[in-house]
Design a protein around this ligand. Sequence first.
Ligand SMILES: C[S@@+](CC[C@H](N)C(=O)[O-])C[C@H]1O[C@@H](n2cnc3c(N)ncnc32)[C@H](O)[C@@H]1O
Length: 242
Amino acid sequence: MSFKSTIEDLLRNYPPLFQFASKVYHKINGSFRTLSPGAPGAIRKSFEYILERDGAVSGDYYEFGLFRGYTFLQAWNHCKELKLADVNFYGFDSFEGLPAAEGIDQVDGRFFEGQFACSREEVEKNLAGEGVNLEKVTLVEGYYENALTDQLRQQHPFKPASVVLLDCDYYSSTVTALEWMDPYIQPGTILLFDDWFSYGESNELGQQKAYEEFLARHPEYKSDALWEFENHGKGFVLSAAQ
Ligand SMILES: C[S@@+](CC[C@H](N)C(=O)[O-])C[C@H]1O[C@@H](n2cnc3c(N)ncnc32)[C@H](O)[C@@H]1O
């Protein structure tokens, strides 16, 4: 465990102090970086996996939880390097940080309203500054609970998903994202949960609970674990249940 994680774990016992320290830390450390060191590598491996399996990648890339956009940029870069010209890029965020924690997401003070806020303008500037053609990416702005509607489906030519990165911390956000993604998730889709081990091995909280419920609603899918990745992530591939 890193020095930073040890301090975070200690401070979490004092939520007001943790929230204050987290805000100060992100304000001082405003660099364009990822909060998820393993996510870019896991995305690369996912596209390589699909390429090897199918010989091509036709589905789109979806990322729920952008923060400053660094992981989204890496997804773009990986696809460019792998010459995956048919992949469209969709990113979903409030651009105001996390909503207030409710229900089981209030289990401790680790997540709080406004955490990881980064404006849409700043994310777009970050992406464009690294060479991303903003006309080729779609950023959907708003809290998922309001933004992920049936109407949204009509506004963009969403294709089935090749790779989905769920990096939205909360159980509730993951449930909402997976529900909206339902028509675009199919056998062969790779789902990367960046916050899989946020609560250790517990499947009663966070993303593990959200995915277990998704799979219970979808007996037509079989889910196979692929890889774990830093810090708390785990990836799965779906196939048709026999
Ligand atoms: C940990 S950060 C994402 C980190 C980013 N993928 C990276 O690699 O740096 C979590 C993000 O999820 C977004 N988020 C979580 N729940 C949300 C919700 N219900 N609606 C909109 N955005 C949400 C937050 O705004 C925040 O930007």
